[in-house]
Design a protein around this ligand. Structure first.
Ligand SMILES: NC(=O)c1ccc[n+]([C@@H]2O[C@H](COP(=O)([O-])OP(=O)(O)OC[C@H]3O[C@@H](n4cnc5c(N)ncnc54)[C@H](O)[C@@H]3O)[C@@H](O)[C@H]2O)c1
Ligand SMILES: N[C@H](C(=O)O)[C@H](O)COP(=O)(O)O
Length: 340
């Protein structure tokens, strides 16, 4: 079987007290998925068996202690720890946060070594993962440090793609982060990702304003006039189809977003509120701009429904399928570019 035909997908298990175990198992319960990808779940056979019994699922694991023991076409579970873990669905627990990080670090090491082709992450709790050794607000920030390239939080569906200038930044600090250099870097990353990862040869990108009504000529803030507009003018001169800034409040309601291949928002909630409102359950959080592919569902640990067997699996499945598609597009694009 050729490499492109069965992709090795690493899965970090996330917060064991959340819905991660359930959505991972629900995804790989269907054996047809194994025809085009081989999962390696970074956790332990003991916890995955606990989930399997709890959710009454009928499936088998190939338990391994080293990634080299992985078998193509099976659901591989790599033992990242040996001890029993006490799982209490819906409870925030710092000990459980440590297992989320063990899984993520082990999967990231495999991604860097190339023993897995891409990484799909189940949700973590941002509070209980914090420690003296791990001080990142999320996967995006951690992977930006571990991998090569310029990371970008890119929320994607087939028809809507929203990238962020600033992501896990407190509201009080947003304006200080938005510089001409940052805007140029993020737009360049979105542009390259649309070409290489999504096969859009001449992307059209819209940029949302920073202030309400893009500042109304300085009445409500001047960052749109002093930073954003001159930087966009410079980028447009280089030939990129970049438009804006657009007033963010009406941009989605007016359906203007449908005219663009991607939209760039200034900060987390400016982009993620419309994105999740329009596509919750189908959306994917893609960390673009890095030398490796990582995707994740568009939701978190959902503690209030954890363990109940009612978690919606569609976004996790979308994260898996989009990750595989992006990986394949990159192989095709890179072959094409080398040939030229
Ligand atoms: N990729 C990630 O690791 C990731 C993403 C988002 C949030 N988080 C973290 O998750 C934790 C909880 O965050 P939150 O409460 O803001 O968001 P959340 O997505 O966990 O929950 C928001 C709402 O959506 C519901 N929901 C979420 N996923 C669902 C699913 N698959 N099926 C059915 N209902 C679902 C929840 O029950 C809740 O009502 C926080 O620590 C947050 O930082 C992690
Ligand atoms: N902003 C993300 C979302 O709401 O989907 C979430 O915080 C996850 O971030 P990381 O992918 O960096 O963990």
């Amino acid at each position: 079987m050729k490499k492109e035909e069965n992709i090795i997908v690493g899965i970090s298990i996330g917060d064991l007290n959340g819905i991660g175990g359930e959505i991972v198992l629900k995804t790989f319960e269907d054996p047809r998925i194994l025809e085009f990808c081989t999962p390696v779940i970074f956790a332990s056979v003991k916890v995955m068996s606990f989930f399997k019994n709890h959710f009454k699922m009928d499936m088998n694991f190939n338990g391994i202690n080293h990634i080299n023991q992985m078998v193509i076409g099976k659901v591989n579970v790599l033992n990242c720890w040996k001890e029993n873990v006490s799982i209490n669905f819906g409870k925030e627990d710092f000990k459980i946060g440590e297992y989320a990080i063990k899984s993520l670090e082990s999967a990231t090491a495999a991604l860097k070594e190339g023993t897995i082709d891409l990484l799909v992450t189940a949700p973590i709790n941002k509070h209980n993962i914090q420690s003296d050794k791990f001080k990142f607000p999320g996967h995006t920030d951690y992977l930006a440090q571990e991998l090569e390239g310029e990371s970008l939080m890119f929320m994607i569906t087939d028809t809507l793609k929203v990238g962020l200038l600033t992501d896990h930044v407190p509201v009080s600090e947003i304006a200080n982060h938005i510089t001409p250099e940052l805007i140029e870097k993020k737009i360049s990353t979105v542009y390259k990702s649309l070409q290489r990862d999504f096969q859009i040869s001449k992307p059209k990108i819209a940029v949302l304003g920073i202030n309400p009504h893009t500042g109304d000529n300085g009445v409500i803030g001047n960052e749109d006039d002093t930073i954003l507009r001159p930087t966009l003018a410079k980028i447009k001169e280089s030939g990129k189809l970049v438009y804006g800034p657009y007033a963010a409040d009406s941009f989605f309601g007016s359906n203007n977003y449908k005219n663009f291949d991607a939209i760039i928002a200034s900060y987390h909630d400016q982009g993620l509120i419309p994105f999740k409102t329009l596509s919750f359950g189908e959306g994917v959080n893609y960390t673009a701009g890095l030398n490796k592919v990582r995707t994740s569902p568009d939701h978190g640990t959902a503690f209030e429904i954890a363990g109940k067997g009612i978690a919606n699996v569609s976004s996790f499945k979308e994260a898996l399928f989009s990750g595989i598609q992006i990986y394949k597009h990159r192989l095709e694009y890179d072959k094409l570019v080398k040939r030229v």
